[in-house]
Write a protein that binds this ligand. Structure first.
Ligand code: PLP
Length: 390
């Protein structure tokens, strides 16, 4: 049993925070002269009919309950875990952010006292956890993934957590970035049930829709009150430009996160587009595209693995990218060579991939996002050309 206690975990100033009361919280209709908006409307000479329906001169809805309901219905509909009726998630379990990057930062600000508390990450992992913790003056403790299957090491993590009560957060990326490998829930559960630690385990599921359907842990946040799940519409839904991230948390924590966020962080444009993408038709299209991208991922790997400079697939196949190993003429992974490929591809061949050879356990690593069929073919061809030139 975990010794989770939200009252002692959350920073006292955040726990007692009274959320900003918006003008529209009191009255929604009538002649609205309460929020210092501009009654004549947007200064746009070419406002489209669609844009005019969004009432862009008005502040957006700070609560976004309709959008949250759609997200909850979507995730409840694909849940594969056993949960009782009173553990089912509702819109009250959600806090929306300006991309999950905002959610990552908000969680740190909620539980970590600057200059005192710490957070734990499992490298190789997403870079924003470190950046956000540095900005917030929060020390980082690193417990690497195992470099065989890129799973967390729960026993080692628990040993460190049990000894250091100043660690307040554990960030786990599943599927991992840059690893592309999902982390087994049985391993995450071991950390969630650490009896000697009070903190939050955050599962960042930015890529979860590229893993088998039902992989998301988002429906488990009431069952495990110390579990937080982050998602984004930037990847599977193809909406990185609208900046929408979703935090799933137990209801009490979620109300604290909602009190902490800027009241109007989700714009009317973002809300409208996200809401449409979460319609049955939008979800169907997302699934179709994910299927195409996943089959392109296999095809791309089949074509790349034939090349003499490519060794093994370093990571897993649960995200919309491949983490491949560049090898030298002796068959050894070579980060300098990977870097040369990366640079030549970008500067002379117009194809930009990501060098990841400097990350722990990723020697010789290049992370390649799966593109359209044509883009993937272009990458394969140009990779071969570069191999000849180097
Ligand atoms: C693991 C992970 N989390 C979060 C993000 C950021 O997502 P968003 O676009 O919602 O800020 C990314 C983006 O690459 C990511 O790889």
């Amino acid at each position: 049993m975990s010794s989770f206690n939200l009252d002692t975990l959350v920073r006292p100033n955040i726990l007692t925070l009274e959320p900003y009361r918006c003008a529209r919280d009191d009255f929604k209709e009538g002649i609205l002269l309460d929020a210092n908006e501009n009654a004549y409307g947007p200064s746009l000479t070419d406002l489209s009919q669609y844009e005019s329906t969004l009432e862009l001169n008005r502040y957006p809805d700070p609560h976004q309950l309709e959008l949250k309901q759609k997200i909850v219905d979507f995730r409840n509909g694909e849940n594969k875990y056993e949960i009782s009726k009173n553990e089912q998630i509702t819109p009250e379990n959600l806090c929306l952010g300006v991309g999950s990057d905002e959610s990552i930062d908000a969680l740190i600000r909620t539980v970590c006292v600057p200059g005192k508390d710490k957070l734990l990450i499992a490298p190789p992992t997403y870079g924003m956890y470190s950046i956000s913790s540095t900005i917030n003056d929060v020390e980082i403790v690193k417990v690497p993934l195992d470099f065989e299957k890129f799973q967390i090491q729960p026993d080692l993590i628990n040993e460190i957590l049990s000894k250091d009560s100043s660690i307040k957060l554990v960030y786990i990326t599943t599927p991992g970035n840059p690893t592309g490998a999902s982390v087994d829930f049985s391993l995450i559960e071991k950390v969630l049930s650490n009896p000697n630690w009070n903190g939050l385990v955050v599962a960042d599921e930015a890529y979860v829709d590229f893993a088998p359907i039902g992989s998301s842990l988002s429906t488990l946040v009431e069952k495990y009150p110390n579990l937080v799940v982050l998602q984004t519409v930037s990847k599977s839904f193809g909406l990185a430009g609208i900046r929408l991230g979703i935090t799933f948390a137990n209801k009490r924590l979620s109300s604290i996160l909602n009190a902490l966020k800027a009241p109007y962080n989700i714009s009317s444009l973002t809300s409208d587009i996200a809401s449409r993408s979460l319609s049955p038709e939008g979800i169907k299209l997302m699934r179709q595209r994910v299927e195409i991208l996943n089959s392109e991922r296999s095809r791309l790997w089949e074509s790349l693995q034939k090349f003499k400079n490519i060794g093994k697939l370093i990571g897993g196949l649960d995200a919309n990218f491949l983490l491949i190993e560049v090898i030298d003429e002796n068959g050894k992974p070579s980060s300098p060579l990977a870097k040369q490929f990366y640079e030549k591809l970008a500067t002379t061949k117009g194809v930009v991939v990501r060098y990841r050879g400097g990350e722990p356990g990723c020697s010789g690593g290049l992370r390649i996002t799966v593109g359209t069929k044509e883009e993937n073919d272009a990458l394969s061809e140009r990779f071969q050309v570069v191999a000849k030139e180097l």
